[in-house]
Design a protein around this ligand. Sequence first.
Ligand SMILES: NC(=O)c1ccc[n+]([C@@H]2O[C@H](COP(=O)([O-])OP(=O)(O)OC[C@H]3O[C@@H](n4cnc5c(N)ncnc54)[C@H](OP(=O)(O)O)[C@@H]3O)[C@@H](O)[C@H]2O)c1
Length: 379
Amino acid sequence: MGHTVKGLAILGSTGSIGTQTLDIVRTFPDRFRVVGLAARKSFDVLESQVREFRPKLVSYEGGHAHTAALRDLGCRACSLDDMVLDPDVQMAVTATVGDVALGPTITALKAGKDVALANKESIVMAGEYLTKLARKHNATLLPLDSEPNAIWQCMRGEDRKIDRLIITASGGAMRHASLEELATVTPERALKHPTWKMGPKITIDSATLMNKAFEVIEARWLFDVPWERIEVVIHPQSIIHSMVEFEDGSVKAQLSPPDMRLPIQYALFYPKRVRNTKLQRFDPVKTGALTFERMQPERYPCFELAMEYGRRGGTWPAVLCGADEAAVSAFLGGRLGFLGMAPVIMKALEAHKSVADPTPEQSLQAAKWASERVTSLVA
Ligand SMILES: NC(=O)c1ccc[n+]([C@@H]2O[C@H](COP(=O)([O-])OP(=O)(O)OC[C@H]3O[C@@H](n4cnc5c(N)ncnc54)[C@H](OP(=O)(O)O)[C@@H]3O)[C@@H](O)[C@H]2O)c1
């Protein structure tokens, strides 16, 4: 029996998740068709992707000359919303950073299309809204992120009676640093993640554990699990990507060497599993000990404040995202120290007046406000 070919729109195709998604497509050329690619600045990478995958649609923010060059290669320029709405697209992959994917995610879900969601900021900002929308339109949100993807894999075949989600965290690039070192750490050093190679924003969010708080919020909405049933544990080897404890005390874990292509492939092929010889297999003996440590909250103020405000709902999580984006950008630009990020995010949160049950527009506005607030605080 022949396979169906799935049409993909890849938003953020030139980044870490985008290029790894295309690697899966490259490995299984008869299973996927790249209908659209979107990027913002990396023209050369985008151009070579267009030459290789021949999409019919492209979205590029970098100016007319470049758009014309891409048109010459046979693709039509369009907005992210028009791209996900194209009738040939069955699945949108959101691999952009920040809040740009929220609008197209909503557009795709409203059209009943599945969304493979790497962009955690959109689910943090509008988790309740997006999950309700997906249910209403019979569309599926498929988590690409390794931790929620692991939870999703563990829950397959189970009923939803979950006693506990245990989300693992590597502890990030600065896990062993003293507070003095943290005060003076450079962006170059903080960008050296021990187990994952990712884009700059999420790598810094991993060092502050803001990323882990985002994953708790993401899991809260994706799996409809109450906050008090979600725990975070430090697991430096990044082999167990998360665990689920069921009513009877049995715990399921998902294990694999740290390589985002596995969760990406799982989401793209869901509900099927397929063999991919490019992916390294888990070797228990070679891997050796798998260890766990309690997370020390005092080392991770961003985590603590994100959990406090994430739980409050309203526009607080959007403020968290906007403020964090500006704080990370200031740190990467050398305008703010590593330990300066949590206090400016806190100041934005304290100055915010939250709106209950916000529309996505109100959440986007709140994020923009927070980003501007942090930028002016830093200046
Ligand atoms: N990397 C990982 O392993 C990982 C794991 C789990 C979850 N995630 C999540 O996945 C998302 C992407 O992360 P990443 O590490 O792949 O980031 P990244 O490497 O920085 O890539 C970001 C991508 O988004 C594109 N982009 C940014 N703004 C855009 C816009 N306005 N329109 C179209 N494209 C735009 C960038 O294009 P240009 O390159 O042209 O600027 C780039 O292709 C984040 O939300 C992150 O939290 C990542």
